[in-house]
Design a protein around this ligand. Structure first.
Ligand code: SF4
Length: 458
């Protein structure tokens, strides 16, 4: 058995209380996925990667020899196979050098392999009808209103640039500005600033053709001065305001912007936003200052944390869901040297927020080569860290008897659709409120082998 397989098998054995599928998922998100030419040919008939905000790839586009950026799917569903996987959705982070590969088996089915050995069967998501449509001005819907999480979430990055600019200001794990430049260079239609009219026109089409989407996120880069003569709050407010006016309550409205003062946050709530994500990125004070220099200078870590708590008074604590980027606290040269130190620090943050009823959640760090931290840490954080974090998050969540986060669909292995970390996959049935959910079950049938077969014939 190779070193890699030994590592995975020993983690599965060491943590029997975690779904093995979630362990593979965390590794896939850190190491990325390659595709055989046959698999790319099949996948290119399904819902493609839309580059909804960052690159989330392990290589820049110019190093993708097979045009994977245009042909790979947004997400894959792992299910069945020799290990009898329960359904789990994984975001595709491209890496032609990954030990993981999606290939086509001798039986003609897509499979995931680790170093040539089969891990699970693979399914792709059917392209939604609206992905074939364009706005009146010719822009594709996949640029203006792509979906992720297997169609559950409309991801509206209305400003694809961040005004924290350059390595002295940008968050050191973030490639939003560099990704924008590489996408434009590659020729992809990629709107820097989307108008309210474009968003509403796209949603009109989606509303009339789609029943899978249950939530939208309005987000984009930070605005430290003005954009189109508007402050950050005034700029981002116009989108949910228009959406809720035109489609009241049609989707769960979520907003990712900086941690803003309470009176500004209240304006978002007043127009109908239901969930607020003031992302704190990393808990440790020193690391926050180093990794998020723009946020530290402009707002400061103490004010950021206080504003997260204050937002709980506006939205209700459970509707405040700040994200952190799991793994950056171990990034060289400033991060923690051991898994236990990193987990202790992150656990302190989880306990702090969850004891107030706030719902921190995480995305698994993708060490993108276009970022400062990605260049210095191409391997990302150790898998043992990610696995321990899943348990720590789950156990802290259970300790405070919190319900599953709202706006994420059904929790638990076999149900969850959140694709950029496995925190939703590890929520146990029977944990507080885990049987309540805000969306109907998303049926497996939409990506059946029937679809695959048809595509292969064409
Ligand atoms: S605030 Fe940081 S994470 Fe957010 S877009 Fe700007 S640089 Fe990226």
């Amino acid at each position: 058995m190779s070193e890699k397989w030994e590592q995975i098998e020993s983690l599965i054995e060491k943590y029997p209380d975690l779904p093995p599928e979630a362990i593979f998922k965390e590794d896939l998100l850190t190491k990325g996925i390659s595709f055989s030419e046959d698999a790319l040919r099949v996948a290119s008939g399904f819902k493609p990667k839309a580059y909804f905000i960052f690159s989330f790839d392990l290589v820049p586009i110019e190093e993708m020899k097979h045009r994977e950026n245009l042909r790979a799917p947004e997400e894959i569903c792992l299910v069945g196979g020799q290990r009898d996987f329960r359904r789990i959705i994984v975001s595709v982070r491209l890496n032609p050098n990954s030990p993981y590969q999606v290939a086509i088996s001798d039986e003609g089915e897509p499979v995931l392999r680790l170093e040539e050995e089969e891990v699970a069967g693979v399914q792709f998501q059917k392209t939604p009808e609206y992905y074939h449509r364009t706005l009146g001005n010719g822009k594709p819907i996949a640029d203006i209103a792509p979906t992720i999480e297997w169609g559950y979430l409309l991801y509206l990055t209305v400003f694809r640039i961040c005004q924290y600019f350059g390595s002295q200001q940008e968050c050191q794990f973030c490639d939003i500005n560099r990704n924008y430049r590489q996408q434009k260079k590659s020729g992809r239609p990629y709107t820097g600033v989307k108008t309210v009219e474009e968003i509403i026109e796209a949603l009109e089409i989606i509303n009339s053709t789609d029943s899978d989407s249950h939530a939208y996120t309005v987000t984009g880069g930070s605005i430290t001065s003005k954009l189109n003569e508007k402050s950050e709050v005034d700029f981002y407010l116009q989108y949910p305001e228009a959406i809720e006016k035109r489609f009241p309550g049609r989707w769960i409205g979520k907003l990712v912007v900086q941690a803003l003062p309470k009176e500004e946050v209240r304006r978002f709530k007043d127009v109908g936003v239901q969930i607020y994500h003031p992302n704190y990125e990393v808990w440790d004070r020193k690391l926050f200052e180093i990794i998020c220099p723009g946020k530290e200078d402009y707002i400061g870590r103490d004010a950021w944390i206080q504003r997260i708590l204050d937002a709980g008074d506006v939205f209700g604590p459970s509707q405040v869901i700040p994200n952190f980027v799991a793994g950056i606290e171990m990034a060289r040269p400033f991060g923690f040297k051991t898994v236990s130190e990193a987990i202790d620090s992150t656990s302190e943050g989880l306990n702090f927020f969850m004891s107030h009823g706030i719902m921190p959640r995480f995305t698994t760090w993708c060490p993108e080569p276009l970022t400062v931290l990605g260049k210095q840490n191409p391997e990302g954080a150790p898998l043992e860290y990610h696995v321990q974090l899943l348990r720590t998050w789950r156990d802290t969540h259970e300790k405070y008897k919190l319900a599953p986060p709202s706006g994420y669909g059904r929790p638990g292995i076999g149900n969850a659709v959140f694709s950029v970390s496995a925190f939703m996959d590890v929520i146990r049935s029977g944990s507080c409120g885990s049987d309540s959910h805000d969306s109907p079950k998303i049926e497996m049938g939409k990506v059946g082998s029937e679809n695959l077969g048809r595509k292969r014939e064409s």
